[in-house]
Design a protein around this ligand. Structure first.
Ligand SMILES: [Zn+2]
Length: 203
């Protein structure tokens, strides 16, 4: 069982390995425009750069529990597409997501949890309702919630919707298997091109 002191010690020790002490040297070239923005679930054990084999700085990453959308997420994604001209947003969910499980449990038992956990649970329930999926399949609910998260970004942000409508940005809604690393595309919104395993082209 870790504690705050041990956890911080572990991170500081890791930074000692990361830090490049020589003045004027950089570990990697600065990436001015990220290749993509990734909005992922915070409880996934797989980070975006690792999942997509990308180098440091090449992805703009935002993570929340159950990829719940709030004003901070919207502001960050608008900054990515509007200011940085990032051409792609990826919604990255994952298998066996505890947030999806919590939404399924709340739906089945008709009980909303206390505290801020109610927010991702309510968004998860909204995905169940809007996609019309049964709660007997965690895979189906996970896919529905990932797709609804992508759709909700365009519904809640006129700026993001405008960039998608004008072909300057697209959204890919995908999930990753935490064990194998296999990526499954559930939907695409906007001009992504040929995505062979996409189940739904929303726009
Ligand atoms: Zn998750």
């Amino acid at each position: 069982m870790s504690d705050p002191k041990n956890a911080w010690h572990q991170l500081r020790a890791g930074n000692e390995l990361f830090y490049v002490p020589a003045a004027g040297r950089r570990r990697n070239p600065i990436v001015h425009t990220p290749t993509a923005a990734v909005f992922r679930c915070a409880d996934s054990p797989v980070g975006s750069a690792m999942a997509f084999g990308q180098s440091w700085g090449s992805l703009l990453e935002v993570s929340t529990w159950g990829h719940v959308i709030d004003s901070g997420v919207l502001a960050t994604m608008e900054y990515a597409v509007d200011t940085l001209a990032v051409p792609l947003i990826v919604i990255l969910g994952h298998d066996e997501c505890p947030a999806v499980r919590a939404a399924m449990r709340a739906w089945d038992e008709a009980v909303i949890p206390d505290g801020a956990a109610r927010i991702p649970v309510q968004q998860g329930i909204a995905s169940i309702v809007r996609r019309g999926v049964g709660t007997d399949s965690v895979k189906a609910v996970t896919a529905a919630h990932i797709v609804e998260t992508g759709v909700a970004l365009t519904e809640r942000s006129p700026k993001i919707a405008h960039h998608v409508d004008t072909g300057r940005c697209a959204i890919v809604c995908a999930g990753i298997d935490s064990d194998s690393g296999h990526l499954r595309t559930y939907a695409t919104i906007g001009p992504v091109g040929d995505v062979s395993d996409s189940l739904l082209e929303c726009v």
